[in-house]
Design a protein around this ligand. Structure first.
Ligand code: KG4
Ligand code: ZN
Length: 370
């Protein structure tokens, strides 16, 4: 089975074509293109929805062409595709609509079934695959096998738009047990970065300066709060941390311009505050739900400090930690192709009336709030 996954929920225009192995134990990537709009959004200090929409419209045909050009090297063309998968939420609605309409047109033109997919499920699934070196594949296509997460699994999804803890009771069954009440983790990193004068997206820059501060023994001029760290629930709030940094920076600037040492120290303390809260909540959740594994997804997985802290938690609890490989942690088309595969029974065949009713849902939840 060959699945074409289309992703346009935020600022990446991405399409991936995968081929599921005959025995269903894995797949190979036949074509994969991710076009990031970061340079276009950087001047705005964040993703600007209407600009994202225009960029997706412009880039989708090019991204499809490039993906199919890669697939043609494996002898596969659009007519060999069995299923088209598209993100319908959560995300920026104007951006989602572009992907949906593109997928609807493509499905009609080539008479292929279409399956609506949840972006967050895609993030979960990128952690449930592993590179398959022993695939015996001579075609040079990247091969992966599916990995089972022992259940109940606890999933932590951390990106620029989301911060959620989910319980996966069995594959495909999700319950939201914790989420942010305001800013997402990546958003907090990015906003703190902005306050410190670092360019968008600042998350990786904060993390890099934090590492330098640790190596050099640089401390923050003042401690920062760990919001909601002691609350009994599994919810988060990061807007207070962002504001605390803003006030601290304002106070420091009254005395003198912000120094490089101040910036480094604040980056370190911000990262420590975020990691402390995430790990405290995850530790609580692992105990509460007797989790048998931890599954992490989303762009902030790129943060080394969070990964290391979660590995320690998993080791302490004697359960496995499943993470996506780096280039699969940020938004991509592969995650949607995988979501399409695991939801193939929900695909709408060509001509189905419900195809026209597929709609973008900015706040689409992956499961009920438990
Ligand atoms: O999943 P993603 O690509 O897009 C969304 O769906 O939001 O996540 C991007 C987010 C940005 O906020 C970015 O600053 C953050 O992930 N990020 C990081 C790191 N790398 C990316 N945050 C902290 N440390 C990093 N190393
Ligand atoms: Zn995402």
């Amino acid at each position: 089975m060959r699945i074409l996954g289309i992703e346009t929920s935020c600022d990446e225009t991405a399409i991936c074509l995968i081929e599921i192995a005959q025995n269903g134990t894995g797949f190979r990537i036949l074509g994969n293109t991710v076009h990031s709009q970061i340079p276009e959004h950087a001047p705005y200090g964040g993703v600007f929805p209407m600009l994202a929409k225009r960029e997706h419209e412009k880039n989708l045909p090019i991204v499809l062409e490039r993906t199919l050009a890669e697939a043609s090297a494996h002898g596969v063309t659009m007519k060999d595709v069995d299923l088209i998968a598209v993100t319908t939420g959560p995300g920026l609605e104007p951006a989602l609509w572009v992907g949906i309409e593109f997928a609807q047109r493509l499905a009609k033109e080539h008479q292929k079934p279409l399956v609506p997919c949840n972006h967050m499920e895609g993030h979960v699934l990128t952690a449930l695959i592993a590179k398959d070196a022993a695939a015996g594949d001579t075609s040079q296509a990247e091969a992966f096998r599916f990995v089972d997460a022992p259940t109940p699994a606890l999933s932590l999804l951390i990106s620029g738009g989301h911060t959620q803890i989910l319980v996966i009771d069995r594959p495909g069954s999700y319950r939201i047990v914790g989420e942010t009440k305001d800013d997402a983790i990546g958003e907090c990193f990015d906003k703190v970065a902005r306050t410190l004068g670092l360019a968008y997206p600042g998350g990786p820059k904060v993390s890099k300066l934090a590492a330098a501060a640790r190596a050099e023994g640089v401390e923050s001029p003042e401690p920062l709060p760990r919001p909601m760290i002691s609350s009994k629930d599994l919810d988060f709030s990061f807007s207070g941390l962002k504001t605390a940094v803003l006030y601290l920076v304002q106070r420091l600037k009254e005395r003198a311009p912000l120094s490089d040492l101040d910036i480094k120290g604040i980056c370190r303390e911000t990262e420590d505050a975020i990691v402390d809260v995430v790990v405290a909540k995850m530790r609580k959740a692992v105990e509460r739900f007797a989790a048998q594994s931890i599954v992490v997804g989303g762009g902030v997985v790129a943060n080394r400090r969070i990964r290391e802290a979660l590995q320690t938690l998993a080791d302490d609890s004697s359960i496995p930690l499943l993470l996506p490989q780096f280039d699969h942690s940020t938004d991509n088309g592969l995650m949607i192709a995988l979501a399409g595969y695991f939801n193939k029974e929900k695909a709408l065949p060509p001509g189905d009336e419900r195809l026209a009713a597929i709609k973008a849902t900015g706040t689409l939840p992956l499961g009920p709030r438990a």
